[in-house]
Each structure stands twice: as C-alpha cells, then as structure tokens.
Design a protein around this ligand. Sequence first.
Ligand code: SF4
Length: 162
Amino acid sequence: MARSLILFPTSVCDSRCLHCFYYEAVDAPKNRTRLLPADTRKLAVAMGRIKDLSLSGGEPILRHDLEALLEPILRIGRPRSITLPTGGLHAARVERAARFILRMLPETHLTISLSFDGPPEAHDRIRGVPGAYPKQRRRTICSPTSRSPVFSISSSSRRCAR
Ligand code: SF4
C-alpha cells in the first residue's frame, strides 16, 4: 500500500499569504492547467489503496468539481486519513466537501486544517484579505459537520518575517 498521496487540485487561491511557499506563482494564469476527474481516476487505479490523502493548492475548495475529482481516490484508495487545508473563506463549500468525504468514507479521519496567523489585524494583513479572520472564525468553525466523531479542526499559527 502506498503511504500517502498529496493532491494539488488547483493553484487558484483567493488569499495572498506573505508566507506562501509559492507566492509569486499562486494563481498565475500559466499555472492554471486543469486536473480532470479522468486524471484522478487514472491516478487512483495506478495507486490502489492509500493510507493518507492530503489536499493542497491553491485553495482546494475553489474547485467546483472537487467531489468529482476526489470520488475515484476515495472509492479505490480508501485513505484512512484525509487532510483538507483551507483559508476558511468558503465555509459552505468546506462543509459540502466534508459531508461528501464522510458519506463515502464514514470511518476516515477527516481533518480540516485552518491557519490563524495572529490577532485579527495581523491575520488579515498576512493573508492579504480584509475581513478574513472574522469570516474564518465565525463560519467555518460553526460548521454542523463538526459534530461528526471522525472530524477534527486543526489550527496553526505562524510567524512571518515579511
Ligand atoms: S492560502 Fe495557501 S496557497 Fe493560498 S496564498 Fe495562502 S499559503 Fe498560498
């Protein structure tokens, strides 16, 4: 069994974090090649069972067809743990994806990974999005999906030199 799969569904992102590891490239038109459900089907067949699935980006949740991309990986790979990082600006989409994942794999441990970069003003400045902090706190953490016993929300804080 392959240990882990790290999937970048998109490079599109609506944040502009100062700590972004590819700040200059994120959301650049030349990087907007599209991963298709047919691609993830091939990938899933080639990999077979996997232990962990980590999504990355860009902001993965900005893919409107995220569920279609994930379906073959969840069905064939059946990962035991899944991590979905998000800037927390699209709570309804996060909830939709979380419900989809847990419907397909009720025993999988799903972690929604949120970053808090400091107090509200610092967080918004570092993220490059005015109002990001209250939006993230108010909406995402209150998701009803959080009642699931296999669901957890992790948050991390970072120091940024810029
Ligand atoms: S949310 Fe992630 S991908 Fe988007 S700018 Fe911030 S660090 Fe980069």
